[in-house]
Design a protein around this ligand. Structure first.
Ligand SMILES: [Zn+2]
Length: 169
């Protein structure tokens, strides 16, 4: 997805590409970087327009994630094309749920610590992820998995794995 250039110069975000987890997506960065003195330089109409653009991007990212999730959960793919890492994060979906084909368990991968460029589409992650348990058992990296869906939260007892509909085939 192409982005409209933001008004605040992005200087620091590319510098943190150390593999360390970034706190949040661009929407939050935007507001965090707006200092008091800089805000007085912008007229409020400019600021309001920029805020609307940020909100519109976030909404577009949310819709793109929802569309992808629907395709994955209702039709089981195809996974391509898919939202980019930063689009998913911007939409508030910090996790990718995958199903290991070796042990059939569903696992969540935190997107903010994935060591890939943030422009990487999430479907490309499939071939990089490996199941820890299966890799240990087999003695080599086990990378056969299915992408399930993007999630806002990790899989827990209160937030169980997504279920395919109309049931797994
Ligand atoms: Zn496994």
């Amino acid at each position: 997805m192409s982005r409209v250039a933001s008004i605040v110069p992005v200087t620091s975000s590319t510098a943190i590409c150390s593999g360390l987890p970034l706190p949040r997506g661009p929407a939050i960065l935007f507001s965090r970087m707006g200092t008091k003195s800089r805000e007085t330089l912008y007229g409020s109409p400019v600021r309001a327009a920029a805020e609307r653009a940020t909100e519109a991007r976030q909404e577009a990212d949310r819709l793109a994630v929802a569309a992808w999730n629907k395709r994955m959960l209702d039709f089981q793919g195809p996974a391509q094309p898919s939202p980019a890492l930063d689009d998913a994060l911007n939409a508030g979906f910090g996790y990718l749920e995958v199903k290991c084909l070796g042990c059939n368990t569903h696992q969540t991968v935190a997107l903010d610590i994935v060591r890939r460029p943030k422009t990487t589409p999430v479907h490309e992650l499939e071939r990089y992820m490996r199941c820890k348990d299966c890799s240990q058992v087999r003695g080599h990296p086990y990378k056969r998995s299915h992408l399930v869906a993007l999630r806002a939260t990790k899989i827990t007892a209160s937030d169980p794995p997504s279920t395919w509909w109309p049931g797994e085939r």
